[in-house]
Write a protein that binds this ligand. Structure first.
Ligand SMILES: [Zn+2]
Length: 100
């Protein structure tokens, strides 16, 4: 896993008391869509022995695999999306529209 450089961290620290999300109401310029362009949100799962065994045995349900992956620090699509929403790249509504 990559570590954020301390220089960057001090400049871009997320102020938990002052979280800002953005909405996309739209305007004439974007035909009231409110969005322009597309981005991806990603699930980041680091493989480890425990998960490897589960996947190889092919016995565990997706739910169990995900639960163990989250316990091991997996970033879910919702989490990745919310991080992007905090950066003003997209809206919270859009995240929950695309993630089920
Ligand atoms: Zn617009």
């Amino acid at each position: 896993m990559q570590k954020i450089s301390p220089d960057f961290l001090s400049k871009h620290k997320i102020d938990l008391n002052n979280l800002q999300f953005f909405t996309a109401p739209g305007c004439d310029a974007c035909s009231h869509l409110g969005f322009k362009g597309r981005i991806g949100i990603y699930e980041l799962m680091e493989m480890n022995k425990e998960l490897e065994q589960l996947v190889l045995k092919n016995e565990a349900s997706n739910y169990v695999v995900e639960e163990i992956a989250v316990k091991n620090g997996m970033i879910t699509m919702v989490q990745d999306g919310l991080l992007k929403a905090l950066q003003g790249i997209t809206s919270v509504e859009e995240i929950f529209r695309v993630v089920e």
